[in-house]
Design a binder for this molecule. Structure first.
Ligand code: MRU
Length: 364
């Protein structure tokens, strides 16, 4: 499936650095699938707003955007004095870090960038800026390798012809190439697995309908769009062999925050004995957050529920609205957490530690 310019949506980069023009180029995801519009972000305010309005969204893509963003903002700090540079860097970093609270990849990427400043404080500011560029580029390159490794482990959990259900968009549009939850699907497609995928539409912002269904359909995957309240039906019918979802933050005990509605899918999957897998780059695992109860859940504006995607408002004026962007799936509903270092199984407190041990040993 191609756009009017002859390109497939998968041919575009989700987030790209245009260093020459001091800009980040993103696809404005709020316009998909109707229009593929590339936009350029230059100022801190433009970057903040693009993340807040979900023009760029999905935990890994938010992390990459923040890394490019802080690099570009740092590049424009006009001083040779390290202390003055670092003070301004911290100010810009905190500003970007404030935009969305749940996806840990945002602060993870910004902290990695800050580490570069701290470790190289003796260096000339101009050279430090170059190191920041390299770090931001490697955060993006790592994302591609990490998602591919998650895809390989995920693929070992399913077989050709299987039905797979996914929620929200943890696809290429949420990352840089394979996505996380979609990585086993894309790798399987390349290898002739012919999965049958069910994409939840994902109210209220329709990331499943607008993004997941679009990117999978565009790449030739057999994908069926369902409303969020249909997952029990497709599972009861025996059409789903596994659920793969992404995540925004995994607590140390395995509790997982992901798009609102994920925990409902997990509960339904348990009822119908369908394995429920969370695909999680280690960048999304937050060992400093003990349990899901410690994860801050972003609250979003009312109009996203009452009118955003409707031709006319569909709820009474003045109605009370509850609009959390994410929910926490309790670890006992999760069959496995698929990382780039292998698959963690319950008890997660121990198995996630083992995953980080492998990471420290650089075992991939
Ligand atoms: O609000 P969004 O669209 O940023 O939410 C995205 C999700 O919940 C994804 O599942 C998660 O970030 C993982 S993306 C690989």
């Amino acid at each position: 499936m191609k756009n009017t310019d002859g390109k497939n949506i998968l041919d575009y980069e989700t987030v790209a650095l245009d260093d020459e023009n001091n800009a980040i180029i993103i696809i404005d995801q709020t316009k998909l699938p109707g229009e593929t519009k590339l936009i350029s972000l230059k100022t801190g305010e433009e970057i903040w707003e693009a993340i807040y309005l979900l023009k760029v969204r999905g935990a890994p893509a938010i992390g990459v955007t923040a890394a490019f963003g802080i690099y570009l903002l740092a590049k424009q700090i006009l001083t040779e004095d390290y202390e003055a540079f670092y003070q301004e860097f911290r100010k810009q970093k905190e500003y970007l870090d404030s935009v969305r609270p749940t996806a840990v990849n945002l602060s993870w990427a910004l902290n990695r960038m800050e580490e570069v400043c701290i470790k190289n404080r003796e260096m000339a500011v101009a050279d430090l800026k170059e190191l920041l560029r390299k770090e931001a580029v490697s955060i993006k390159e790592e994302d591609i390798r990490v998602c591919k490794a998650i895809g390989e482990y995920g693929l070992s959990l399913v077989k050709p012809g299987d039905g797979i259900l996914t929620h929200c968009n943890a696809g290429k549009l949420a990352a840089c190439k394979y996505g996380t939850a979609t990585a086993p699907i894309y790798l399987g497609e390349e290898r002739g697995y012919h999965f049958r995928v069910f994409a939840d539409e994902t109210r209220p912002l329709l990331q499943g309908a607008r993004l997941t269904a679009y990117e999978l359909f565009s790449s030739g995957v057999d994908v069926t769009l369902i409303c969020d309240n249909m997952s029990a039906t497709v599972m009861k019918n025996g059409w789903v062999n596994a659920v793969f979802v992404g995540c925004d933050r995994v607590a140390a005990n395995g509790d997982t925050a992901n798009k609102i509605g994920t925990s409902v899918v997990a509960a339904v999957a348990k009822r119908y004995h369908v394995p429920f897998y969370v695909c999680a780059p280690t960048a999304t695992i937050d060992r400093n957050t003990p349990t899901g109860a410690d994860i801050t859940i972003e609250q979003r504006p009312d109009h996203e529920v009452t009118e955003m995607w409707y031709q006319e408002r569909m709820a009474p004026e003045g109605i009370k609205v509850f609009n959390p962007a994410f929910d926490v799936t309790d670890h006992d509903l999760i069959s496995g957490i698929v990382t780039e270092y292998g698959i963690a199984r319950a008890p997660y407190t121990e198995s996630l530690q083992e995953i980080f041990r492998k990471k420290e040993e650089g075992m991939i």
